[in-house]
Write a protein that binds this ligand. Structure first.
Ligand code: APR
Length: 266
């Protein structure tokens, strides 16, 4: 627990931290990660560089089952103790924002208030014509995706563009997530947060996708203390000051209780 104690000691001296998260923090909410064994990019290798669009175009006949499986887990997922712990650490004033690569909305549902979603949010739709965005509740997304998947089964992938709901400008509303090669979202704010933070808590990412994975190095280069929580080492471990081996759902609540025990509340 030496590393955990060192991490607490450091965090207690900070007040401008940032959490940087990947799919690993949602693993204990039942959403499989992308590149671990059994993950979607482990099963469909082209996804790791081409994302879901590459997978669907290479496997059109499996599109309904792939999308169905992906959305089923997303729609059932709830924040786990890892998400809730980050919201607690924010509430105690040690972290000011979360930068996430996840699209599952679980940080917001856990109560985190400043969340930069680099790869978008699956519960948001954006018009491909006028850019208008709207947020769908879980049951609305469940219904609209259920309809799209049913139409996929009947008409096939090539008609998919027509299945999306219409914007009042007449354009198609697509899920507001970032596909490979598209511009990431909230990057300016996330970069500002990374270059001004006094510590960065990296949780559950392999650190292989850019520009997201460049942010921890920016934090490090600007003097931040970098802590990583992951059951195994990642591409970012070498730049971290402390590596806490373990799952988010187990280690982050331990971090929170140790902070609560040691912090001096004035
Ligand atoms: N707690 C913490 N970390 C975990 C847990 C857990 N319970 N389970 C797995 N992990 C770690 C794995 O060890 C791995 O380092 O989470 C990481 C998951 O890595 P990836 O599957 O590559 O996911 P991620 O890093 O989020 O991928 C980044 O790639 O395809 C794109 O858009 C996609 O946002 C995604 C991006």
């Amino acid at each position: 627990m030496v590393d955990m104690n060192k991490a607490i000691e450091k965090i207690l001296t900070c007040n401008n931290g940032v959490a940087f998260t990947g799919s690993g923090i949602s693993a204990e909410s039942g959403i499989s990660t992308y590149r671990d064994a059994g993950g979607i990019w482990d099963r469909y290798k082209e996804g790791s560089s081409g994302g879901m669009l590459a997978v669907l175009s290479n496997h059109p006949e499996e599109a309904p089952e792939i999308l169905g499986g992906f959305f089923e887990k997303l729609l059932k997922a709830k924040p786990n103790p890892g998400h809730l712990a980050l919201s607690d650490i924010e509430g105690m004033g040690y972290i000011q924002s979360i930068i996430t690569q996840n699209v599952d909305n679980l940080h917001r549902e856990a109560g985190s208030s400043v969340v930069y979603e680099l790869h978008g949010n699956i519960f948001r739709q954006r018009c491909m014509q006028c850019g208008k965005k709207n947020f769908q509740k879980r049951d609305e997304l469940s219904k609209s995706m259920g309809d799209i998947i049913q139409k996929l089964k009947e008409h096939g992938l090539q008609e998919m563009g027509k299945f999306f709901p219409r914007c009042d400008c007449g354009g198609n509303m697509r899920p507001d997530i970032v596909s490979f090669g598209e511009e990431v979202q909230d990057l300016i704010e996330a970069t500002k947060a990374s270059t001004s933070c006094d510590f960065m808590l990296i949780v559950g990412t392999s650190g292989v996708v850019y520009p997201a994975a460049s942010l921890p190095m920016r934090a490090k280069n600007n003097g931040a203390f970098v802590i990583e929580v992951n059951p195994k080492e990642s591409e970012l471990t070498s730049l971290c000051d402390i590596f806490i081996k373990g799952s988010a759902g187990e280690m982050l609540p331990k971090l929170v209780s140790a902070i609560k025990e040691n912090r001096v509340t004035n």
